[in-house]
Design a protein around this ligand. Structure first.
Ligand code: UDP
Length: 496
C-alpha cells in the first residue's frame, strides 16, 4: 500500500529517507505513526514497515497521511506467523493468547530481516538514510550496517524510565536479588529512587526472554542514538544523565501526539474506535468542563475480572461522571454479566462505558475531562500531560511503575491509587490490587476542590503549556526534528 504526496520541504536526492520499523504492539506502533507524520511534515520521506493485519488497523493513519499529502509509504511485509508456530493472522502482541508464544512472536519478527532488506535494496532512486526501529527489533542493526546507514532506536520509554532500565541492566542490579519484594536503590540515579524488584524493568519471565534481552542490549550499545517521545523541559536532568551514561545522542521530539492537535481525525488513531465518535462527543459535550474522570488501561494490561468489578464499584461510589474503557478480552463475559446485572442501569445518567478500542486522544483532549485514571503506559502518560489533567496512577507491570514515580514524585501531577503489586502481562493472577474504597477516595480527591488537588491541577496545566512550547515552532522538540532530518540528510548526500 502506498501513499505519496509532495511534502513541504526538500526534493530529489536531498530528501532524507527514514525507514520506521515499529514493534507490532499498539503502544509502540501508535507513537511511530505520529513520528512518521512529524518527519514527513518537516520535509522527510518515510517508509513505514508493517504487516497486513497491522496495516488494517492503520486506516486512520493512512487517511491522515493521504489527506495531508505527506511522503509516507506504508510497506506491508508478509508476517510469518504460521511458520513460527503462531495462529494464522497473529501479527500483534495483543493477539498472543499465551505468553509462552512470545518467543515465537519475536522470532517471526526477526524473520522480517530478509524481506525488509530486499525492499530497501530496491529503493535505488531514494535509498534509505536512516533506520528508526523499535528497541525490540535488534535484527535491524545488521541491516543498517549492511546498508552503511545509521540505526536509531525507539524504546517507547521516557528519559526517566530509560535511565533506570539502563542502570538496572548494565549493572546487573537484579542479579542476586531473590525476593521480589526487596527494596532496591537504583545506583547512580541522579535523584533518590527506590523500588521493589518486582516493580523494576526486566522481571518479565517468558520463555526465551533472556536471549532476546541480550540481543537487544548488544544492539542498543551499537546503535547511533535514540528517539524519545518526550521533551527536554519535562525531564531535563534524566535525559541529560541518560545521554551521559549511554554516550549517545537522545533526540527528544515529543510529545508526538501533539501532531494531532488541530486534527479532527484523532478518533481512529491506532485502531477503529469501537464507539461512534459523534455519540462519544455528544456525551462529553453534555458534561460540565473538568467534571469527568477518564479511566483507561491501554492496550495490553490484563486487569482481572474481579479487579474490574471492584474498580466499577469504586467509580459508582464516587458519584462522579466517568468514561470507563474496558478492553474486550477473553475474560470479558464475566464482567459483561456483572455490568448487565444492574451496574450499567445504576450509573446510566453519568457513566459512559466503552468496550474495546476507545478514541482516547479525542476524549482526553475534550474540555469535559478533568482527570485520568491511567495504567501509566508512557503514551497514555504523555497524552495525559498534553491534556493538562492530573492523573491517578494505577500501574500494572514493567516500566509503568517508573512512570508513576515520575508523575507522582518528580512532576507532582499525579496521585497513587495505591497498587499493591504487579499484574504481569499474560499472568493469571486473580488478586484484587486496589479496593473499591481506594478508588472512591482517589477519584473524589482528584476531582474535588481541596488545596492539594488544586495545586496538582495547576502543575498539570503548566506541564501542558511547556509541552506545547517544546513542540511548536522553535521549541526544543521542533528544533530536534529539524536537526535530525538535516543530519540524516547530510549523511545521505555525503554517501551519494
Ligand atoms: N489507546 C487508544 N484507545 C484504547 C486504548 C489505548 O487510543 O482504547 C492508545 C492510547 O491513546 C495510547 C496507546 O493506545 O496512545 C497505548 O499506549 P500506552 O503506552 O499508554 O500503553 P500500552 O498499551 O503500551 O500498555
Amino acid at each position: 500500500m502506498t501513499f505519496a504526496g509532495s511534502g513541504d520541504g526538500q526534493s530529489g536526492s536531498a530528501r532524507a529517507h527514514f525507514v520506521l520499523v515499529p514493534m507490532m504492539a499498539q503502544g509502540r506502533t501508535i507513537p511511530m505513526t505520529d513520528m512518521a507524520c512529524l518527519l514527513a511534515e518537516h520535509g522527510a520521506q518515510v517508509s513505514f514497515i508493517t504487516t497486513p493485519v497491522n496495516a488494517a488497523r492503520l486506516e486512520g493513519f493512512a487517511a491522515k497521511v493521504e489527506a495531508a499529502g505527506l511522503v509516507v509509504q506504508l510497506v506491508e511485509l508478509h508476517f510469518p506467523s504460521v511458520e513460527f508456530g503462531l495462529p494464522d493472522g497473529c501479527e500483534n502482541l495483543d493477539m498472543i493468547q499465551s505468553k509462552n508464544l512470545f518467543f515465537n512472536f519475536m522470532k517471526a519478527c526477526a524473520a522480517l530481516h530478509e524481506p525488509l532488506m530486499a525492499y530497501l535494496r530496491e529503493q535505488q532512486r531514494s535509498p534509505p538514510s536512516c533506520i528508526i526501529s523499535d528497541m525490540a527489533h535488534w535484527w535491524t542493526g545488521d541491516i543498517a550496517r549492511e546498508l552503511g546507514i545509521p540505526r536509531l532506536t525507539f524504546s517507547g520509554f521516557c528519559g526517566f524510565s530509560s535511565l533506570v532500565r539502563y542502570i538496572v541492566f548494565h549493572n546487573n542490579v537484579l542479579e542476586n536479588v531473590t525476593d521480589d519484594n526487596e527494596l532496591i536503590t537504583i545506583p547512580g540515579f541522579p535523584t533518590p529512587l527506590e523500588l521493589t524488584k518486582a516493580k523494576l524493568p526486566g522481571t518479565l519471565c517468558v520463555p526465551g526472554m533472556e536471549q532476546i534481552r541480550e540481543k537487544m542490549f548488544e544492539e542498543e550499545l551499537r546503535c547511533d542514538g535514540e528517539i524519545t517521545n518526550s521533551f527536554k523541559e519535562l525531564e531535563t536532568l534524566y535525559i541529560e544523565s541518560y545521554e551521559q551514561i549511554t554516550r549517545k545522542k537522545v533526540w527528544t521530539i515529543g510529545p508526538m501526539c501533539l501532531c494531532h492537535r488541530n486534527s479532527n481525525r484523532t478518533a481512529a488513531r491506532g485502531n477503529k474506535a469501537s464507539m461512534d465518535e459523534a455519540q462519544c462527543l455528544q456525551w462529553l459535550d453534555s458534561r460540565k468542563p473538568g467534571s469527568v474522570i477518564f479511566v483507561s488501561f491501554g492496550s495490553l494490561a490484563c486487569t482481572t475480572p474481579q479487579q474490574l468489578v471492584e474498580l466499577g464499584l469504586g467509580l459508582e461510589a464516587s458519584k462522579k461522571p466517568f468514561v470507563w474503557v474496558i478492553k474486550a478480552g477473553a475474560k470479558l463475559p464475566e464482567v459483561e454479566e456483572w455490568l448487565a446485572d444492574g451496574f450499567e442501569e445504576r450509573v446510566k445518567d453519568r457513566g459512559l462505558i466503552i468496550r474495546g478500542w476507545a478514541p482516547q486522544l479525542m476524549i482526553l483532549q475534550h474540555q469535559a475531562v478533568g482527570g485520568f485514571v491511567t495504567h501509566c503506559g508512557w503514551n497514555s502518560t504523555i497524552e495525559g500531560i498534553c491534556a493538562g489533567v492530573p492523573m491517578i496512577t494505577w500501574p500494572h507491570f514493567g516500566e509503568q511503575f517508573l512512570n508513576e514515580k515520575l508523575l507522582v514524585d518528580v512532576l507532582q501531577i499525579g496521585m497513587e491509587v495505591g497498587v499493591k503489586g504487579v499484574t504481569q502481562w499474560g499472568s493469571e493472577n486473580q488478586e484484587v490490587m486496589v479496593t473499591r474504597d481506594a478508588v472512591e477516595t482517589a477519584v473524589n480527591t482528584l476531582m474535588g476542590e481541596g488545596e492539594a488537588t488544586e495545586e496538582l491541577r495547576m502543575r498539570a496545566e503548566d506541564c501542558a503549556i511547556k509541552a506545547r512550547r517544546a513542540f511548536d515552532e522553535e521549541g526544543s522538540s521542533y528544533n530536534n526534528v529539524r536537526l535530525l532530518i538535516q543530519e540524516m540528510g547530510n549523511k545521505t548526500n555525503a554517501c551519494g
